[in-house]
Design a protein. Structure first.
Length: 317
């Protein structure tokens, strides 16, 4: 597979990717309840092409994934992705500034709607961060039956949180939700969370690649209506009350990439979940050395071997 190098991340590459998207990627809005889900289908004319569904993480957008979409498309795959409810070009839910969801099941069911629309139930899947949690819920519910799923830096919901702390937080979130409703205001941001603003590269803990960091933040600067900031109390509440306690993927092979230096998610939760589930599932775990959380936007020495392993994983069997 021919992969892009961070030394090529310049205005010329950006123009080439936008031209590629214009020629091969068809945007579409899929209705889910009263909201619209922005999706992207990048397909070949041949009916023989194999498909890959990319399920994004929190606060991401399809435009951020154009480099890997381009690489996988040129490797012969049809690529599908979409902006989760409340982010990117999809409809906002309650807040235009922060991650907010009324019910975590809306993430799951809106993703299922995309899968149904494009007939991707058996497609290969690459999931990133929060997308991994959504993917595993779909698998456990029988709404996704892929034979090959790559989970990258999984956000496994906090299933081992202290019960007293959990009850205390849920009570606080409930009280804050009541006040937000009474005052008819946007959902309150969690402690320390802010609206989107580009961090300095030196302070970021998502990628070691300056070129890729600037590339996807340039997207947000050019399209200021797309990015969202931190999380709300209600978002965290929904995460807490919808934990992943097991993996029921008996007919699915899972390839899990764990970032060695992940400051965003709790790797121990992922490790514990895999340990509990490994007897009934085909799971391979790879620790990605020297990686921050955003593995798919990391430095070449980290990112490209990861994508090559995903390509090999998908092509075998």
């Amino acid at each position: 597979m021919r992969l892009l190098s961070e030394t090529n991340y310049d205005d010329k590459l950006r123009a080439n990717l936008l031209e590629f998207a214009k020629n091969y990627c068809k945007p579409h809005f899929i209705q889910y309840r009263e909201w619209n889900i922005h999706s992207l289908a990048c397909t070949h004319s041949s009916a023989d092409s194999k498909s890959i569904l990319i399920i994004q993480g929190r606060a991401e957008t399809s435009a951020k994934y154009l480099p890997i979409i381009y690489e996988l498309f040129n490797a012969g795959y049809d690529i599908y992705t979409f902006d989760h409810l409340g982010q990117g070009l999809s409809s906002r839910v309650g807040s235009s500034s922060y991650s907010y969801i009324k019910d975590f099941n809306d993430y799951i069911e809106s993703t299922a709607k995309v899968i149904e629309y494009y007939k991707l139930k058996d497609s290969r899947v690459i999931s990133n961060s929060m997308g991994c949690a959504i993917t595993l819920h779909l698998v456990n519910k029988g709404m996704l039956s892929s034979q090959k799923i790559a989970l990258v830096a999984p956000m496994i919901l906090w299933n081992n949180i202290n019960s007293v702390l959990k009850i205390s937080f849920l009570s606080l979130a409930y009280i804050i939700h009541i006040f937000d409703t009474i005052l008819n205001k946007e959902p309150s941001a969690f402690f320390g969370q802010k609206k989107y603003q580009k961090p300095s590269f030196e302070s970021n803990r998502k990628t070691h690649s300056l070129a890729r960091f600037n590339f996807y933040h340039r997207i947000y600067e050019d399209c200021p209506h797309m990015p969202i900031g931190g999380v709300t109390f209600e978002w965290i509440k929904q995460v807490l009350v919808n934990p992943i306690t097991e993996i029921n993927a008996h007919n699915t092979s899972l390839l899990v990439f764990i970032a060695e230096h992940d400051f965003i998610v709790n790797n121990q939760n992922t490790t514990n979940l895999i340990e509990r589930s490994k007897d009934g599932c085909n799971i391979e775990t790879i620790l990605v050395k020297n990686a921050y959380h955003d593995i798919l936007n990391e430095s070449d020495s980290v990112r490209n071997p990861t994508i090559e392993k995903i390509g090999t994983f998908f092509s075998n069997g």
